[in-house]
Design a protein around this ligand. Structure first.
Ligand SMILES: *[C@@H]1O[C@H](CO)[C@@H](O)[C@H](O)[C@H]1NC(C)=O
Ligand SMILES: *[C@@H]1O[C@H](CO)[C@@H](O)[C@H](O)[C@H]1NC(C)=O
Length: 173
């Protein structure tokens, strides 16, 4: 009879102990490596995440927010660049292509804002649209001439998106 209260006390103790450990350690380097091994370039993924000083002491919920904030920043920077390219060019065909990119980036920004809200609510399994970011970024660049000066910022968007996709897939499991 007295076994049950004892059992639950021990269980509770072990549970709170492991919670304490996982909280105080934050995201350890092994977890970061596991997350980033799922992207095109593990090293770049790790440098993207550690570019934010909060990452070294972040728990997984914070890492999710950080990864989304970094991707929102990249999307916002790229939107500004594509808007400038659209406004600067006098070539009607190019103007149309850049305009298409601006529309695609608006879509990406909307998806990121929605994901950010879900992350704040810790509804990680409901974050299902991030995978489309890479497709949208490709759609933009593929509509442009192959010598487009935007190849580098598109690559940045792809790598940052992959990082956020992998972080949030990990946090959702
Ligand atoms: C995209 O950038 C342009 C130019 O800076 C800005 O006016 C526009 O509001 C931006 N769009 C979004 C969705 O942030
Ligand atoms: C667009 O033109 C403005 C004004 O000349 C210039 O400052 C800016 O760098 C140009 N942007 C791009 C992306 O070419």
């Amino acid at each position: 009879m007295g076994c049950f209260p004892l059992f639950s006390t021990v269980t509770l103790f072990v549970a709170s102990l492991s919670l304490l450990i996982s909280c105080s350690y934050g995201v350890n380097p092994d977890v970061l490596a596991t997350i980033c091994s799922q992207t095109q370039n593990q090293e770049i993924c790790e440098s993207i995440l550690t570019s934010d000083p909060r990452t070294s002491s972040a728990d997984l919920p914070t890492l999710s927010l950080i990864s989304l904030e970094l991707t929102m920043k990249q999307a916002s920077d790229n939107n500004q660049s594509f808007t400038q390219f659209r406004d600067n060019t006098t070539n009607p065909s190019l103007k149309n292509d850049f305009s298409n990119c601006v529309t695609l980036y608006k879509d990406m920004q909307d998806k990121l804002n929605a994901a950010y809200l879900l992350s704040k609510q810790r509804k990680y399994k409901d974050i299902t649209d991030l995978g489309q970011l890479t497709t949208l970024a490709y759609n933009c660049e593929n509509g442009l001439p192959s010598d487009s000066p935007t190849a580098a910022i598109t690559e940045d968007m792809l790598l940052t998106s992959q990082t956020a996709i992998s972080v949030n897939a990990y946090v959702a499991t």
